[in-house]
Design a protein around this ligand. Sequence first.
Ligand SMILES: [Fe+2]
Length: 398
Amino acid sequence: MQSIHQRPHARSSQRWSWWPLLPTFPYGKRQSRFTELITGQAWAVEQLHGIWYVAVPIRMTILKLDQGGLLLYSPLAPTQEVIEFICQLEQSYGHVKTIILASSSGLEHKIFLPALARAFPAADLWISPQQWSFPLDLPLAWLGFPRSRTHILFQDGLPHSEEIDWLPLGPLNLGLGTFLEVACYHRSSNALLITDALVSIPQQPPTLFDLNPNPLLFHARDSGSEPLLDTPLQRLKGWQRIVLFANYLRPHSLQVRGFLPLVNDFLKAQERRAINHFGFYPFIWPSGWISEVEDFFTAVPLPIRIAPVLERLVFVRARDSFVKWLRDLSSLAEEFALIPAHYDAPVLISSLNLEQLAESIETCHWAPDDGSWQILAKIDDLLLRYGLVPASPTTPEN
Ligand SMILES: [Fe+2]
């Protein structure tokens, strides 16, 4: 992977005015990093994305089509600097022909599609079937998807099928809506583009945080009164804690400060700025947290994994569907440059790696209830008990 030299951009070119639609970090200022993932064939635009500084990389992939032109997979906030970068690629490789929203449930991806579509008005939009919105399930046109050029994958055909294989994962009935994700395998580059289903989570903080290390430094502290110190060790500590939050929602080792100790700590803060949330930090990390991190990274001895939150809350009763999809992917080629929409990319894997993952999922204690998984298990139990999720997510709805 090669970073592309970026001119210093004006702050205005990183502005994202639509942030109130999904008020997540980094809100109205989205810095981007541009990389070449596969020489002359695939590029990435990466931004940070998260809730309350639990930020992880989110990525849009730009693929050069064999027939000429570009395909954008997994929309991202099209700030001015993002549009300029894609326009530069268009000068060498042709216009953006196709924009793909390959997830029916990932709000953090679909929220950017309308603005991206407006930025490239000649592109066709292809979206995964069974899109939905919450709390009201609105028609696509009301969500800002342009009716005249929006097509539904499989239902309306498949774009560029002479050079791309499309493999659906799902549909799974989530109760409120549907999980369905479509993998995109580009034969000539071996790029395997996916959205959320597989990830490669690095042990070291992603270099994307060089653009803004504050999320790492914020969570590296043990109290709100500590200043944000930028050292390699603090960045690592912050990343390890973010990994636990992002994957288990509430890590098992985490404790929440009581009201009076929290107020006491808050009053001791010397620095009160937005970047340290004015001295507010309610968490306590007892010494066991580091072994929870080690357990997380050693649990899967492969370069790829399914994120625990997806395993425990989406595929908990649909393991077979996931395994089948892995085997379908593994039959496509011997080697892949896997490019997920989160964390590391590209991840060079073989079909054997996909088969090994399928086998390990078949033989492991799937979607456990204990240790780090306790909060995820409790959420699932509650949803199931109140009938908000079905016991058989693979059974078609009537
Ligand atoms: Fe996602």
